[in-house]
Design a protein around this ligand. Structure first.
Ligand SMILES: Nc1ncnc2c1ncn2[C@@H]1O[C@H](COP(=O)(O)OP(=O)(O)OP(=O)(O)O)[C@@H](O)[C@H]1O
Length: 435
């Protein structure tokens, strides 16, 4: 008792709230479990029961799952033994009632090792609390380089997304909900590593100075604005670069797949960001020569970018496509469907949510981006993660323009055009015809 009292008095207000929540959970667990049908009835009499029962027939025993609890600043983690007929499905159905009983905004359930489940009860909603990101300027190395800390989930646990072997990623969401900020912080985290080079094609701005990426401009080996022809030339260059990398990879890396050896300063991971992607792919309607020319460029852009997403992974190319709507009219499905990581900030319609995250989002209404249409959820995205069943919502950290600028200035000397790191091509070669 004394230990608990001292611990409570020494704790900060957040941890105290967690300690109170734990007390509520533990004190009422047996009753709560019974009320929510999380108990089993054992009718087999024990020897002791037979000896002590007045007529030798003891009452059936009602058993609640054994629990162990651990407290942190945001809530309580409960490890629970499964019982016959009481597993993740039964707990999943009960979580909203448990949250109401324990008076906390959210309770989740996950499968731990066989025979154990983990419940997480939080007393504050971590999604509604903005988180700032201050890059340290230290270069991530090894696995850290390609393991992206996207943010924290609805239970304040870190969300890590491995990006090695990922060819493409889509980021959708209504304007002003955080797509560009997320990409900026993604670049700022990796910028101190010479093993990554970045290019941005921004459909919203005609020049870097007017773009949302202006603070990071010094760390981009190329910035291309909204001009369709200029973007088309750049996509040609990237397809050409991909072909040259494929040609030289065995000689330079000893393998056809860069991810077997990892990126390096001489063979950097190429991150190609295409923001407001629909600008470059949109179908153009009209029969005048100017429109026809634009239509041909847009169709070719689709073909070139699709080639990069389909084939660029082993050469070390990641394409990030950001657009407000990820529906087929804005982002061709031939490109969208080969992107293996998808995030969506707020969306206004179910069709847009399904286009951004796939049909399965209909089965997870709690995680739907439709529910993120609230200023409190600026910077919160829904995503599918490899380690969890279903979708989760992630609070992404916010990077200030000043920090982005500082990192870009400090790391500008690492910027290299990746084409210059390969042996020069023979005169007159045009690889893009093959694409
Ligand atoms: N993670 C975040 N946490 C808190 N606030 C954020 C976050 N991300 C963005 N914001 C706020 O939202 C504003 C708009 O963000 P951002 O420009 O990234 O949106 P967007 O989705 O790219 O919009 P658009 O489609 O118009 O480019 C930012 O200026 C910032 O004030």
């Amino acid at each position: 008792m004394l230990y608990r009292l001292v611990r409570y008095l020494l704790a900060d207000p957040m941890t105290r709230a967690s300690l109170r929540l734990r007390r509520r959970i533990r004190r009422s667990w047996k009753r709560t479990a019974r009320l929510h049908h999380l108990t089993v009835t054992d009718r087999t009499p024990t020897t002791a029961g037979q000896l002590t029962a007045p007529n030798g027939r003891p009452e059936p025993r009602v058993i609640a799952p054994a629990i162990r609890t651990r407290v942190d600043r945001v809530g309580v983690t409960i490890r629970m033994r499964t019982l016959p007929g009481i597993g993740p499905v039964e707990l999943g159905e009960a979580v909203s009632y448990l949250a109401a009983t324990w008076k906390c905004p959210r309770v989740s359930v996950q499968v731990d090792k066989p025979g154990w489940l983990v419940l997480r009860a939080v007393h504050t909603d971590p999604l509604t609390r903005p988180v700032d990101y201050t890059p340290t300027g230290a270069a991530p190395t090894g696995k850290d380089l390609w393991t992206w800390p996207v943010g924290t989930d609805e239970y304040a646990a870190p969300v890590l997304q491995p990006l090695n072997e990922v060819p493409g990623m889509t980021i959708g969401g209504l304007p002003g909900y955080g797509k560009t900020s997320l990409i900026n912080s993604f670049i700022a985290r990796l910028a101190p590593s010479g093993a990554v080079q970045f290019a941005v094609v921004d459909g919203k701005a005609s020049a870097a100075a007017q773009s949302d990426y202006t603070d990071l401009a010094d760390r981009l080996f190329r910035f291309v604005g909204s001009d369709l022809e200029e973007a088309n030339r750049f996509f040609h260059e990237m397809v050409d670069l991909h072909a040259r990398r494929t040609e030289h990879s065995r000689a330079m890396l000893g393998t056809q797949n860069m991810w077997q050896v990892g990126p390096s300063a001489t063979w950097p991971w190429l991150v190609l960001v295409i923001d407001e992607a629909y600008t470059f792919f949109r179908e153009q309607k009209g029969s005048d020569p100017q429109t026809k020319k634009r239509a041909a460029l847009a169709a070719e852009n689709v073909r070139l970018v699709e080639h990069l997403v389909r084939q660029g992974r082993s050469a070390g190319i990641l394409v990030i496509l950001a657009t407000q709507k990820v529906t087929g009219d804005a982002l061709p499905t031939s490109i969208r469907d080969v992107c293996s990581v998808s995030l969506s900030f707020a969306q206004r319609t179910t069709d847009a949510a399904v286009a951004a995250l796939g049909e399965d989002i209909r089965n997870w209404p709690d995680a739907s981006p439709l529910l993120l249409q609230d200023p409190e959820y600026v910077g919160v995205a829904s995503m599918l993660t490899p380690k969890r069943v279903g979708f989760l919502r992630v609070r992404t950290p916010y990077l200030s323009a000043a920090d982005a600028g500082r990192i870009a200035r400090e790391t500008a000397h690492l910027t290299r055009d990746p084409a210059t790191l390969l042996p020069p091509p023979p005169q007159g070669t045009d690889f893009t015809k093959a694409a």
